[in-house]
Design a protein. Structure first.
Ligand SMILES: Nc1ncnc2c1ncn2[C@@H]1O[C@H](COP(=O)(O)OP(=O)(O)OP(=O)(O)O)[C@@H](O)[C@H]1O
Ligand SMILES: [Mg+2]
Length: 359
């Protein structure tokens, strides 16, 4: 998968900008706060239909403007595509795929895959389970649009069930309607659980190898999927949900389900989050991101676009080398505050105050 052209219009601090990246490594350099990350954000938006930095689309529209647009031309196994993301006022958007309007976000998913690695991704290793669930969900959604739909549905049913649980406090006669939601929730929960378990199993193989290679064979990284409601099929999930019913009624919320899952990350059998050193955590984050790239390639048959935001300066020479070697076949975007020398750059783009030019 390659991006052949990226055009921005009133996106963040860009008025109008256009660049034509090469299939290899594209260096994006410039001083701080000039618009480097904004370019990556625009690509991310066209791949996943959301920003990696904000849930509020309005923020991506240039100050003082009413709307913005990103247009991305890409190519995959000889097939060319054009993705256009129009950001409209009041948080609305309109997506066009080869000029045709996209009705549901799921139709965009998987058209162009990307993996972004930025310093804040250390949170996958360091922070609470929500970050790790997000990591799993993003990857699964990119790989399988059906997962994305099911997850959306699950969240909707979960919200409705929680609303009902709250409403029951005032009107106990509504209890009859609970089993309808339970059945739907159980079916979706079992599906999500199965998909996540399968994904972690595959990811584990790469993560293990990457981490071992990077650490010179001294460390063993293990991934452990920890489902909150362990069920491979809808009947089991329903039974477990029913077991929790009295607690749910008491607390007025759904206490069990994939919305409470976690992904355990261990080194030498110890929780990385609690016991890992800063260096170990950083290496693990790198191993995970690389594994994500490799797995997406396996599952989709082509290399996703890799974006490395501000990470090169944080890695030592051997890790940098390892990353570049493993990611070599992927089209890569690397940001840096000055033109880094020493590694093969296909094209270099200089970013200054919302303008970009190839140098
Ligand atoms: N909606 C917007 N309209 C206009 N400018 C914006 C908007 N949102 C952000 N900016 C500007 O974009 C700039 C930040 O861009 P970006 O995050 O891409 O910087 P960067 O080059 O990646 O910097 P760093 O090296 O510090 O990471 C800031 O100057 C900010 O004021
Ligand atoms: Mg930046």
């Amino acid at each position: 998968m390659n991006i052949t052209k990226l055009e921005l219009s009133r996106f963040r601090n860009y008025e109008e900008a256009s660049l034509e990246p090469c299939p290899g490594i594209n260096l994006i350099f410039g001083q701080n706060a000039q618009g480097k990350t904004n370019l990556l954000e625009a690509v991310f938006l066209c791949c996943l239909g959301r920003s990696h930095r904000t849930p509020r689309e309005r923020e991506m529209i240039r100050y003082g403007c009413e709307h913005a647009a990103v247009e991305l031309h890409c190519e995959r196994a000889g097939v060319r595509r054009r993705i256009r993301y129009n950001l409209l006022s009041e948080g609305r958007h309109r997506i066009l795929l080869d000029g045709e309007p996209v009705q549901r976000l799921g139709e965009l998913m998987g058209r162009l895959n990307c993996v972004l690695f930025a310093p804040e991704h250390l949170s996958i290793v360091k922070d609470g389970p929500a970050e790790r669930r997000r990591f799993l969900d993003m990857e699964l959604s990119q790989t399988y649009p059906s997962y994305f739909y099911s997850l959306q549905q699950y969240n909707r049913v979960l919200r409705q069930r929680n609303n009902l649980l709250r409403a029951l406090r005032d009107d106990p006669s509504l209890l009859d309607t609970l089993p309808v939601w339970d059945e739907q929730l159980a079916r979706l929960a079992a599906y999500i659980c199965r998909e996540r378990a399968g994904f972690v199993k595959k990811l584990q193989v790469y993560a293990h190898e990457n981490h071992s290679d990077i650490s010179g064979g001294t460390e063993l990284l293990e991934l452990e999927y920890r489902p909150n409601l362990q069920a491979d099929d809808a009947e089991t999930a329903l039974r477990l949900l029913e077991k929790k019913r009295s607690e749910d009624l008491r607390l007025c919320t759904t206490t069990a389900g994939p919305h409470r899952d976690d992904l355990g990350l261990l080194i030498g059998g110890k929780e990385l989050r609690a016991f890992g050193s800063q260096g170990q955590q950083r290496t693990a984050a790198l191993s995970l991101k690389l594994s994500q790239l490799q797995l997406l390639r396996d599952e989709t048959g082509s290399w996703p676009v890799l974006m490395l935001d501000d990470v090169m300066s944080e890695l030592d020479e051997s890790r940098r080398q390892y990353l570049m070697e493993r990611a070599l076949p992927a089209q890569t975007f690397v940001t840096a505050t000055e033109a880094e020398k020493g590694w093969p750059t296909g094209k270099a783009f200089f970013v200054e105050n919302g303008t970009v030019r190839e140098v």
